[in-house]
Ligand binder design. Structure first.
Ligand code: ADP
Length: 369
């Protein structure tokens, strides 16, 4: 296992593009970390710097307390799984798994033992004699993971390993990779653009934004309930958070025809007076029951979508120029009908207030559970 540390790590490509800015983080032995963010935000670049496939332009990168900026890729104790799993088509699963070890000149008996043990972990025992063309996408991906796993490594790096699979296989492989991680225990860095993948797999998530800027690092719970800026608030959660834009006047959020007291949401009301702000809440955080202190919002239902366990309600708040779209999740048995007026409530603990200019959350001590 390995402990990793990054101090102000930056990557500037030879063409001058600054792909990662001041990456700072400590990763404990055996942690499962997901790097998440839109395409081009610097996730793969970060992973490739960890792997030693890209130079670190500035900053320090440590493995187990030792400066590793200049350590060759081979000596970092890493294994990597890429999006394209590139199995050797003319070799069986057994041979694909054994390939790297054979090259290293390891004893055939030892290889046999390792191949069988790895196949067992991955549920590939019955497929060892098959060729890749006779496997499903999910099975191919398992062989690719197996090829990385079979070498005793301390750090496991994965770059979008599930993106070539269909939705159902992805869900299955998600839990398989978690189980493998639990049994192998290697520190794992996993790159994905899919926030659901990150939420379900990671011990901690790093949210990155285009330009290579880290936005927040935290557990899935922290990112979901305590998003520290508007980018993370909008990125984590599906459907995304609802945002009302307005200004604070006389201690109230004013916008979209609403007047909502900000006192429950901030530590210091006077500090936000006159500020442009964003009032935010999650689609599922609304309540239909009346209870003291809740924010009461009137909306007009445009469309409803029954998903089975829940109904998504697409509605508008405000009139004319002030109109804004919201998405609400309601119990299908209480779903309003299309075209109707719909009053919903937001409990104070489920509402967030962000500074519209800095896009950071405004200081508060709210316990959100
Ligand atoms: P992600 O993995 O988040 O999709 P990448 O780390 O692959 O993003 O890329 C980050 C940014 O760096 C992108 O804008 C990409 O075009 C740029 N980039 C990647 N590789 C190179 C390179 N070799 N030279 C110049 N720019 C690059």
């Amino acid at each position: 296992m390995a402990q990793l540390k990054f101090i102000d790590v930056n990557k500037v490509y030879p063409n001058g593009y600054h792909a990662v800015h001041d990456f700072n983080m400590e990763i404990s032995d055996g942690e499962f970390i997901c790097l998440v963010g839109d395409s081009g935000c610097g996730k793969s670049t970060t992973l490739r710097m960890i792997a030693g496939l890209e130079d670190i332009t500035a900053g320090e990168f440590y493995i187990d307390g030792k400066l590793a900026n200049q350590t060759s890729s081979r000596d970092r104790g890493i294994a990597m799984v890429f999006q394209s799993y590139a199995l050797y088509p003319h070799l069986t699963v057994y041979e694909n798994l054994a390939f790297g070890l054979t090259l290293e000149g390891i004893d055939a008996e030892v290889i046999d033992e390792k191949v069988k043990a790895t196949a067992k972990i991955l549920g590939l025992t019955d497929y060892l004699e098959r060729f890749p063309r006779a496997l499903s996408g999910g099975q191919c991906q398992r062989v690719a993971v197996g090829r990385a796993l079979i070498r005793k490594v301390n750090i496991f790096l994965m770059d979008e390993p599930l993106s070539n699979l269909d939705a159902k296989q992805r869900v299955t492989m998600r839990s398989e990779i978690k189980q493998i991680h639990r049994s192998v225990g290697a520190t794992t860095i996993y790159v994905t653009h899919d926030q659901t993948e990150a939420m379900t797999m990671a011990d901690r998530i790093v949210v990155m934004k285009s330009g290579g800027y880290v936005q927040q690092i935290g557990t899935p719970y922290e990112l979901y309930f305590y998003p520290k800026n508007l980018f993370v608030a909008g990125f984590i959660g599906e459907p995304p958070m609802n945002f009302f834009r307005g200004v604070v006047e006389d201690g109230k959020f004013v916008g979209h025809g609403l007047k909502l007291s900000v006192a429950p949401l901030v530590n210091d009301v006077s500090a936000v007076e006159g500020k442009k702000v964003v009032f935010a809440f999650r689609p599922e955080a609304i309540s239909l029951e009346k209870s003291k202190g809740d924010y009461e919002i009137k909306s007009r239902v445009e469309l409803t979508e029954l998903l089975g366990d829940t109904t998504n309600v697409y509605a508008t708040v405000g009139e004319g120029e002030e109109k804004v779209n919201v998405i609400l999740k309601v119990n299908p048995h209480n779903a309003p009908s299309m075209g109707s007026d719909f009053t919903f409530r937001i409990p104070q603990v489920a509402a967030y207030l962000y500074d519209a200019e800095t896009e950071e959350i405004i200081e508060n001590n709210i316990k959100r559970h």
